[in-house]
Write a protein that binds this ligand. Structure first.
Ligand code: UT7
Length: 351
């Protein structure tokens, strides 16, 4: 059986470590609220000027080194992000150039928090059809461009002016979302070979009917021009989110898709050795774990350290599990995610 193997992995985070308490310098929030509602303790933000493709390049170089391949063996790039360097072109081609690769094909995926799992499925299809031999799959995000504040030096503890009362109130308008996200990239090298191990199944879904529960109202071609001064003043370039609605969807859809995928692949949920769910909120993942009756040692979470890094959460968690010995040969690993769109899905990997 021709199966896709993950040959190597790597990840990087933004240059600035930002603890929950640091965020109280720019908005009305608290370490206690953030920990209690999301489990997050800290996240990393990039320094000004570092882009999504910069992080992707660093993560890709680590994954290439880890896999032991020559970078020139990569013949396809699949890039998942919701925070591209530019509206267009996509990040895949920019990454090809930054890595100094030949003019190989490069595609961008826009499935947000499920981007990496969609990337695995599309890569698997490209590899098993023979359209590609060695794929670099990246999930990378720089969310800080979405943040409403301008007092960056003050936030990082580098001096700089504190926000005025008016600025603090403005920044706090978005606090339910801004406390959740961090900047990071995760990458892996994929190849197919005749083997019992590798990616064994996927189940993916999309349903756009509730897309306004998590989206960016402005900066799109549903309006003319696609961004206005008024949009900026009103903060319509910043995502809006129905947090409770997204929470409910996640705790319903993720267990549902895992059960269905296990059934179609002839395995029981209790046979999953390691569940790696998208890291959006620790409380969501605890609920999924409880619904599936999985013990703690079979579930890995790291949102405490990185926040929600959207397309990067799953490759980061998988890299940490591989390198700390939590993934053993023969283990059944399940990846699951749900995000804006809404898109959700799961994948099974026999390690
Ligand atoms: O990758 C997919 C992306 N998104 C998600 O998965 C998000 C899923 N949803 C969630 O994670 C949760 O809904 C949140 C963590 C976003 C919010 O938690 P919640 O328990 O749903 O809180 P809430 O939005 O209903 O707000 C409760 C209270 C409100 O105050 P009042 O009206 O009760 O006085 C908020 O104003 O908490 C307040 N609040 C905050 N307080 C301090 C909201 N954000 C903050 C904050 N700091 N950062």
């Amino acid at each position: 059986m021709l199966r896709t193997q993950i040959l190597g992995t790597g990840f990087v985070v933004g240059e600035h470590l930002v603890k929950n308490d640091d965020l109280t310098r720019v908005m009305d929030t608290s370490d206690a609220w953030i920990r209690e509602r999301s489990g997050i303790e800290q996240r990393y933000y990039v320094k000004d000027g570092t882009t999504t493709t910069d992080l992707a390049q660093r993560a890709a170089e680590k994954a290439i080194a880890d896999s032991g391949i020559d970078k020139n063996e990569i013949d396809y790039i699949v890039f998942a992000t919701m925070t591209p360097d530019h509206y267009f072109p996509g990040c895949g081609g920019i990454l090809q150039s930054k890595l100094g690769l030949k003019p190989i094909p490069a595609v961008d995926l826009r499935q947000q928090c499920t981007g990496f799992i969609y990337g695995l499925q599309i890569s698997d299809a490209l590899l098993r059809s023979g359209a590609a031999k060695t794929i670099l799959l990246v999930g990378a995000e720089v969310h800080t461009g979405f943040m409403p504040w301008t007092q960056w030096d003050h936030l990082f503890g580098l001096g700089g002016e504190a926000p005025t009362a008016e600025q603090l109130a403005w920044n706090s308008t978005f606090r339910d979302r801004t406390v959740l996200f961090g900047d990071a990239a995760g990458a892996c090298i994929l190849r197919a070979s005749e083997s019992k191990s590798g990616l064994i199944g996927f189940e993916m879904h999309s349903d756009g009917s509730a897309y306004k529960d998590l989206y960016v109202p402005a900066g799109g071609f549903a309006q003319r021009p696609y961004i206005t001064e008024e949009d900026y003043r009103a903060g319509r370039h910043i995502p809006v989110m129905n947090g409770r609605g997204v929470f409910k969807m996640a705790v319903t859809r993720m267990p549902e898709v895992i059960r269905s995928l296990c059934k179609s692949n002839g395995v029981e949920v209790e046979q999953i050795d390691l569940l790696i769910a998208h890291q959006a909120n620790l409380r969501i993942n605890e609920s999924v774990q409880k619904t599936l009756s999985l013990p703690n040692e079979r579930v890995y979470n790291n949102i405490q350290s990185y926040g929600n890094t959207t397309a990067a959460t799953i490759p980061i968690a998988f890299d940490e599990c591989r390198k700390s010995g939590r993934v053993k040969s023969g283990n059944l690993v399940c990846f699951v995610g749900l995000g804006a769109g809404f898109h959700w899905g799961a994948a099974l990997l026999r390690a």
